[in-house]
Design a protein around this ligand. Structure first.
Ligand SMILES: [Zn+2]
Length: 402
């Protein structure tokens, strides 16, 4: 083609484009395939009953054709609202009760109305789950003493996506016991100052398609013998010394709050918890009512174990070191996260063992030595166990397997 004829053809196309407008120009030149999106269809959608969603199409030229497939079989849908439009959406309704449980492939093929008929093929995975969720508490009547822990287990007929037990207005997470079985468990701390008597707990579970199921258990809270009283004071010199060498216990409390939120959803422990040092005697039981000039009246929510100065203190179970710090009241303190919101605390330590925050320890690994740092009148270990940041009687955890 000569220079002149090339120029002539160019002039004709440009002239025609100018004359007929942008749509014509697009019709001739567009190679861009239509943009297809599925509204209300997220990355891994799960459905029960009827699945409804919109297929939205945006094409440069008026859309020529739209086809929808499920597992490569064409679906009969009304495409009249989409065809001959540059932007439109049409509704797709699937009756998932007619489909087998499991994964299905949803495919959309859209063809641009331009001369080049640019085509786009988009696929989504749909998971159908028609099985209704059923759940049952393995044991539904609990008897528990104030300051102790309830261990609830729930059997379900399928995997759940979320589950918790509400007790006294607090939610406690249900966690799968093993990959193989549909059994979930939950640890519920009973505050030592909760009123004795009958109450209930509510189980709420839901599966991936939003089926929800509830169950109720009855709880009888028995009164514990918290009748020991004590007045405690330490010298002003020691208090001053502690103040200069430590940080406030409010920092410990906020750290424990934070760590409880991020505690792993699995047990890092196995079997009973060990007493964390050799017990010469218990100097303070769990639940003693104390009065000090600094804190006023409060419940001692831990056990105090007397052993000789600087004797070894070990982790009562496997877990992760989350706190190693000197606090005003609890002195040199180590906290171990055992997973599922269960944390043990070792306080008033003389010194630490060779451990750092983040270290994984096994049951029996040293964490420090018996001391009297912090608010302590003599050498002893203040051993505390918290479930979802509520201090409960740790001795219960040494007597039975949770
Ligand atoms: Zn104590």
């Amino acid at each position: 083609m000569g220079k002149f004829s090339k120029f002539f053809l160019f002039s004709v196309i440009v002239g025609a484009g100018t004359f007929f407008g942008k749509p014509f120009w697009n019709f001739v030149t567009n190679a861009q395939s239509p943009k297809v999106s599925c509204l209300r269809l997220s990355k891994n959608p799960n459905f029960k009953n009827v699945a409804e969603f919109d297929v939205a199409v945006e094409s440069v030229c008026k859309l020529k054709d739209l086809k929808v497939f499920l597992n490569d079989k064409p679906l009969d849908i009304d495409v009249s609202k989409v065809v001959e439009k540059t932007f439109a959406k049409c509704e797709v309704v699937l009756d998932s009760s007619t489909l087998k449980d499991g994964n299905h492939e949803f495919k959309v093929v859209a063809v641009d109305g331009g001369y080049k008929a640019a085509i786009s093929v988009e696929k989504w995975n749909i998971c159908v789950d028609n099985l209704p969720l059923r759940a049952e508490l393995e044991k539904s009547d609990f008897k528990v003493m104030q300051g102790r822990t309830i261990h609830a287990t729930i059997q379900t007929n399928k995997k759940i996506s979320e589950g918790f037990i509400t007790f006294k207005g607090e939610k406690h997470k249900c966690v799968k016991v093993s990959e193989q079985a549909n059994i979930y468990e939950c640890f519920i701390p009973v505050e030592c100052d909760v009123r004795a008597g009958s109450t209930s707990l509510e189980v709420s579970l839901s599966d991936s398609v939003g089926n929800a199921v509830n169950a109720t258990g009855s709880v009888k809270i028995l009164p514990a013998d918290f009748s020991r009283y004590a007045n405690l004071s330490i010298s002003s010199e020691k208090l001053q010394d502690e103040r200069e060498n430590s940080v406030s216990n409010s920092i410990l409390e906020s750290a424990l709050e934070k760590w409880t939120q991020s505690s792993p959803d699995k047990k890092l422990w196995n079997g009973c918890f060990d007493l964390p040092t050799i017990v010469q005697r218990y100097s303070t039981p769990f639940g003693e009512i104390r009065t000090t000039a600094e804190k006023g009246r409060y419940i001692h929510k831990a056990v105090d174990i007397v052993n000789s100065p600087r004797k070894v203190v070990w982790a009562s179970q496997a877990g992760k070191i989350i706190i190693k710090e000197r606090f005003m009241m609890t002195g040199n303190t180590v906290a171990v996260d055992h997973g599922m919101g269960v944390v043990t605390l070792y306080c008033h330590l003389d010194d630490y063992a060779d451990i750092e925050i983040g270290d994984m320890v096994k049951k029996g690994n040293p964490v420090g030595t018996i001391g009297r740092t912090g608010y302590a009148t003599g050498y002893h270990l203040h051993w505390e166990l918290r479930v979802n940041n509520v201090a409960v009687d740790p001795l219960q955890w040494t007597q039975r397997t949770f």
